[in-house]
Design a binder for this molecule. Structure first.
Ligand SMILES: Cc1ncc(COP(=O)(O)O)c(C=O)c1O
Ligand SMILES: N[C@@H](CCOP(=O)(O)O)C(=O)O
Length: 462
């Protein structure tokens, strides 16, 4: 299995090199040169197997010879052993033909744990074998960062630096990052938005001297391994609802487009998915782009679903690559326009292709709060605000085909918003009960590449 860049000008890589490389050296994102397909019989055979076994069968073809089967099975087993639910990703019925896929039973209470716990193990195995060290730098709007800190803290061959937008994550999210005590983990509060943090991260990757000096690696969904691990729960949930004999739709709370892109991959691999619905909060660039064909950034408006307060949606580039017939030069041109002018126009043909794969909707702040309240009152479900965006948007798409809305975080990560809507303050699980009392360790940084690189160099030298 070979991986190619969405901008067409970086070397092709193996799975392991793709995972350890992060951003392609031409600024693009790696995708498989060809997608493996699963037959109907192979999909049907996932019924009744454990989450871990399904993960092995779905992901194995992407790995090439990077990991032996036994080693990969062991890695998967360790990755999901710490989850607080035997099913790992349980499905719950919410309404007629509407189901909630609970993705928040991992150690940091968000869907990011599914991928991060796995790639923590994959990094460790690959780096130990190669005798190499890497410096992971990640950008987060709250959940990727806490999941990465949890997965990589204390690992031998890794230093991890997480950039989060100062004052724009929930207190629980911040503390999950700033209370980590291991010396190899560093929380950096950057001035600006998540988009600024992600832009500086990509600048670091594009500064080849720095990148090579610190052996930079990424664990955002820039990293294809992150997205791959998220493909699995589309299969397990669809099969539980009757796939491959019955089609299923998904509604996905969306920000950086990684999670829904994983659903798109599942569909391309043969899973019968009728609709993939992009659900955005008031930062609705993806919804507007799919409606009008103009991808046009605006100022980020802080919302009660802060993890989705994103305007520059990194993985949309992967969808554009396919929509433009895998024309790397065309994608590079669009990304140049985005960088220089804050937006781009999607051609008619590409827009048609995107609309063939993705529907969309948005939830305002009032609609999100109202859905949290309604879900509690009518469905007996306490939703986090991101999941509420999904459930709200899904209402317009309910019908004969079962709809699965992804519940991407635990309500206890966003207690203020949940309490404001329902009067109920969801408690953290007992293992985190003292989170608010733990001492914090965080460094304030400006939105400045040189300052960031200097700080990282100094920390690595210490
Ligand atoms: C809780 C939560 N929901 C939804 C999203 C959006 O996911 P994605 O960025 O993969 O579109 C995020 C951030 O990634 C998140 O943390
Ligand atoms: N919402 C995310 C933003 C980063 O997304 P990623 O999937 O690219 O890591 C977060 O919680 O940090």
């Amino acid at each position: 299995m070979r991986y190619i860049s969405t901008r067409g000008r970086a070397p092709e890589l193996s799975f392991e090199d793709t995972m350890l490389t992060g951003l392609a050296r031409d600024g693009g994102l790696y995708v498989p040169a060809e997608l493996p397909r699963m037959t109907e019989a192979e999909i049907a055979a996932l019924a009744g197997v454990s989450y871990e076994e399904a993960a092995f069968r779905v992901m194995r073809p992407f790995l090439g010879d990077a990991f032996a089967d036994d080693e990969f099975r062991g890695i998967i087993a360790r990755a999901y052993a710490g989850f607080g639910h035997a099913a790992r990703a349980p499905l719950k019925q919410l309404q007629d033909n509407h189901f909630l896929l609970e993705l928040f039973h991992g150690p940091t209470l968000a869907f990011k744990d599914f991928a991060m716990q796995l790639i923590g193990q994959l990094f460790q195995a690959a780096l130990a074998r190669r005798g190499e060290r890497v410096t992971i730098v990640g950008a987060t709007s709250g959940d990727t960062g806490s999941a990465a800190m949890e997965a990589f803290r204390g690992l031998d061959n890794v230093n991890v630096f997480i950039l989060f937008p100062h004052g724009r994550v929930s207190e629980v999210q911040r503390r999950q990052m700033t209370t980590v005590t291991e010396a190899n983990a560093h929380a950096l509060a950057i001035s600006g938005t998540f988009d600024d943090a992600q832009a500086r991260l990509k600048d670091m990757f594009n500064d080849f001297d720095f990148r090579d000096e610190v052996r930079l690696a990424g664990v955002n969904s820039i990293n294809f391994a992150r997205v791959l691990a998220q493909v699995v729960y589309y299969f397990t949930s669809a099969v539980a609802l009757g796939a491959p004999h019955r089609a299923v739709s998904f509604c996905v709370p969306t920000g950086n487009f990684g999670d829904i892109f994983a659903g798109y991959l599942a569909k391309r691999m043969g899973l019968p998915i009728e609709r993939l619905v992009v659900a955005t909060n008031q930062n609705d660039i993806l919804h507007r782009a799919l409606a009008s064909g103009d991808y046009e950034t605006r100022e980020v408006a802080p919302s009660i679903s802060p993890s989705m307060d994103i305007q520059v949606s990194s993985n949309f580039e992967r969808a554009l690559f396919d929509a433009y017939g895998r024309d790397g030069a065309a994608v590079a041109q669009l990304m140049d326009e985005l960088k220089s002018g804050g937006g781009f126009h999607i051609s008619q043909g590409a827009l048609q292709a995107l609309r063939g794969d993705f529907a969309s909707g948005r939830a305002s702040e009032a609609e999100t709060a109202a859905m949290i309240a309604r879900a509690r009152a009518e469905m007996g479900e306490l939703l986090c605000p991101h999941s509420a965006v999904g459930v709200h948007v899904a209402q317009d798409f309910l019908g004969a085909t079962p709809m699965v809305t992804l519940a991407t975080a635990h309500p206890a990560k966003f207690p203020d918003a949940v309490e404001a809507a329902t009067g109920i303050r969801p408690p953290l699980p007992p293992r985190m009960a003292d989170l608010m009392q733990r001492p914090e360790r965080v460094t304030r940084v400006g939105n400045d590449l040189t300052e960031l690189e200097t700080l990282i160099r100094k920390a690595l030298a210490a």
